[in-house]
Write a new protein. Structure first.
Lengths: 234, 507
């Protein structure tokens, strides 16, 4: 983990889920603070100053989306929301409200740890983790300074929009980015509903940069939510 | 009026005949003159009723006697033979009018029968095409209104003692007399009200909807001309139409009840299937999970690392299987209850396919998968989450029912205002006769091994059909048999395609 023992606030009402998540995180050198209700969670978020918050969207006492919003009002602590399949709209809303990532129940330990790791890294204070001038993942190498892109050592030629989209993805590498976020970053605020622009350019990027564009390994689709650029193990 | 006119005609014809006979008198024998009169009488008898015919024959006799039987211009008859002539003339007139009267009556009767049959045929023809009770009632109202020349209201029996009780729509039909007539008609199964023997004072005619088994309601007809008379013919027509309507309504209600019963049986069958599916498909993985977990818990010190790993692996695999089953059941419920919300967005099909292929990577490891997307494949308006599910279900299905090593091919191409997608395998195909059945709920291929861990829930293809249907498309088994099964579905390119993405020059 990024810092010696990051503090993880776990807001989850199901005791079994809390047990599994708590045990797993402790086993991976995290200090875990547990909360079973939204009220308790908000209090802990304010009092314990956690490094990361895992928030179940289906809490009994308050809507998880509200909790997200409330935490964001006072803190930039990364939030990973946990929700069930079929709640894609809620996930998107949570992400647009400021959550950093999400996990869909049921999920495995590798997924959980990967999300936590990415979220912690992205939240590291500026200066300690300067954006690497070169992004590398699998076959892909992006030289952000020289604005050159290589696949398997061979230079790939991107259009300006494709490159802009790629750098947006690189900036959020490892994290999910919603359609809306990407549309806004690449095309501007007026294009937030033109999701087909994004999808078409994503397909073009895949054709230029993926080994097999029908089985993407780098530019992953998060169904109903957005995209995630796979981060190579470093 | 018509009657008087007929007498006028009769008198006129005889007058003309007399005139003609006077002109011809010098050239003809007396007996021939009688023939001319006889002809006139026959014409009148044939053309009109008995009355005019008799008048015509009497006038003929008088005119013939007066003007043509010597001595002329007296009613004296010298030759008694002429009495026979008179009698023949009268007899012929009577016989002719009788005969033509009968023929006319028969013609009128058959004409009425024809009209009745035509009206009944038209009604039954229309009713055959009506699918809802509302349609049926509308048609019955219209037909009887036309035939009965008045405004019509159909009141179905709802079990209430007073047939008009729950009929605020009675409106202008409403009056005490009509209500009484309606009650009487319903209770006795006979017409009542205007133009009948019962409650004749009512402003409307009430005809029961009789079928052999019951009185299913009443028809109220308020005539356009309330002071007119109800001819027996019109009444017969109305009653016949009412009987026909009653039969059709009863048939419709019986069919409805039958359909309801069938649905109940079907839903009972489904419940049973669901229960057996749940108990088997959920219990099996649960047993493995419980067994493996308790074994890990109880005997962890006696188990080798490898065994422990295997147990954990079992728990993982079995819980994934349960997750899939539960997801399928939930999808099924959404498809079934119409809760399937389709959020269409224009997008390349490749993306949804990509998600399915990545997600199924492990399960498809044993099958080379080839994708053949047409280069000119347009964007399609689909809900990505749902279309992914279709790909996942079709691909899982293909991998489950084909031997390891056989390829699976996914193709897509535009055709007209649709995109056609095909998922083809090279397995043994689907048993003949099951081409449609595979789409049914809880259908499991007869050759599939239910107990194998790869066994499906029997819901995948049903869900596919529901999802494709919700997109306005169609899914079917295109090819089958020795070369394997090929499922095809269409995705219509509905609505205006989105503004094209601007082309860019390379850097």
């Amino acid at each position: 983990m990024a810092s010696p023992t990051p503090v993880v606030l776990l807001i989850e009402d199901e005791p079994q889920m809390r047990r599994f998540l708590g045990a797993t995180l402790r086993a991976h050198d995290c200090q875990v603070v547990e909360a079973a209700t939204a009220r308790e969670g908000l209090a802990q978020a304010a009092g314990r100053n956690p490094d990361i918050i895992l928030l179940d969207l289906g809490l009994p006492d308050r809507d998880g989306l509200e909790v997200t919003q409330e935490i964001r009002r006072s803190s930039r602590t990364p939030i990973i929301v946990i929700s069930a399949r079929g709640q894609e709209r809620d996930k998107v809303t949570a992400l647009d409200l400021g959550a950093d990532d999400y996990l869909t129940k049921p999920f495995g330990v590798p997924e959980l740890l990967a999300r936590v790791r990415v979220a912690l890294r992205h939240s590291a204070p500026a200066g300690t983790n300067p954006t690497d001038p070169v992004f590398q993942s699998g076959d892909l190498r992006v030289d952000l300074v020289r604005r050159r892109v290589f696949r398997n050592g061979e230079e790939a030629h991107l259009t300006p929009t494709e490159y802009k989209l790629l750098t947006s993805m690189v900036r959020h590498a490892g994290r999910v980015v919603t359609h809306r976020q990407l549309l806004q970053e690449v095309w501007g605020a007026n294009y937030q509903e033109q999701s087909h622009y994004l999808r078409v350019y994503m397909a073009q990027l895949r054709h230029k940069l993926e080994r097999d564009p029908t089985r993407p390994k780098l530019f992953l689709t998060e169904p109903g939510v957005g995209y995630r650029l796979h981060e190579g193990e470093s | 009026m018509r009657r008087i006119a007929e007498y006028g005609w009769a008198i006129g014809i005889i007058a003309v005949t007399t005139g003609l006979a006077l002109v011809l008198r010098p050239y003809l024998q007396t007996i021939d003159i009688a023939m001319v009169f006889l002809l006139a009488v026959v014409v009148v008898a044939f053309r009109f009723r008995r009355g005019p015919a008799v008048v015509a024959s009497l006038l003929s006799i008088a005119a013939f006697d007066f003007g043509f039987v010597p001595p002329y211009y007296t009613f004296d008859v010298r030759n008694p033979d002429f009495f026979l002539t008179f009698a023949v003339m009268l007899g012929v007139a009577l016989a002719m009018s009788q005969l033509t009267g009968t023929i006319r009556e028969q013609a009128e009767e058959s004409n009425e029968r024809e009209q009745l049959a035509a009206a009944l045929y038209a009604l039954s023809q229309d009713l055959a095409g009506a699918t809802t009770l509302q349609d049926q009632l509308g048609l019955i109202t219209r037909h009887i209104s036309t035939a009965g020349k008045g405004e019509v209201l159909v009141l179905l029996d709802d079990g209430d003692p007073d047939p008009t009780d729950h009929a605020p729509e009675l409106g202008m039909f409403d009056s005490v007399a009509v209500r009484v007539a309606a009650q009487w008609s319903r209770d006795h199964g006979e017409p009542a009200g205007w133009g009948t023997a019962h409650c004749a004072g009512a402003e409307a005619l009430v005809v029961p909807l009789r079928s052999p088994s019951r009185v299913g309601g009443i028809i109220v007809l308020r005539p356009e001309k309330p002071d007119g008379v109800l001819s027996p013919r019109r009444r017969r027509l109305i009653e016949a139409l009412a009987d026909q309507a009653a039969l059709a309504l009863e048939r419709g209600q019986l069919a409805e009840r039958h359909e309801q019963a069938r649905m109940e049986v079907e839903s009972e069958r489904l419940r049973t299937a669901l229960l057996s599916s749940l108990s088997h498909d959920l219990r099996t993985p649960l047993s493995s999970i419980e067994g493996a977990a308790s074994s890990l818990l109880e005997g962890s010190d006696r188990l080798s690392d490898e065994t422990r790993r295997e147990m954990a692996q079992t728990i993982l695999e079995e819980s994934r299987r349960m997750t899939r089953l539960v997801a399928n059941l939930l999808d099924m419920v959404r498809v079934e209850t119409g809760a399937l919300a389709v959020h269409k967005e224009w997008q390349p099909l490749e993306e949804a396919l990509g998600v399915a292929l990545v997600r199924l990577e492990e399960r498809l490891a044993g099958h080379p998968v080839e994708t053949r997307l047409a280069p000119d494949l347009p964007l399609v308006p689909v809900d990505d989450l749902l279309v992914e599910q279709v790909f996942i279900n079709l691909l899982e299905n293909a991998s489950r029912h084909t031997p390891v090593g056989t390829p699976i091919t996914i193709s897509a191409w535009p055709e007209g205002r649709s995109v056609i997608v095909e998922v083809a395998d090279q397995g043994a195909g689907i048993p003949a006769g099951e081409e449609e059945a595979v789409f049914r709920k809880f259908h499991r291929s007869t050759c599939a091994d239910r107990t194998s861990p790869a066994g499906g829930s029997g819901l995948g293809l049903t869900i596919c059909r529901g999802i494709v249907g919700a997109h306005g498309g169609r899914i079917w088994l295109e090819r089958n048999g020795a070369k394997g099964a090929a499922f095809r579905f269409t995705l219509p390119l509905d609505g205006p395609p989105p503004a094209t993405v601007p082309d860019e020059a390379l850097d």
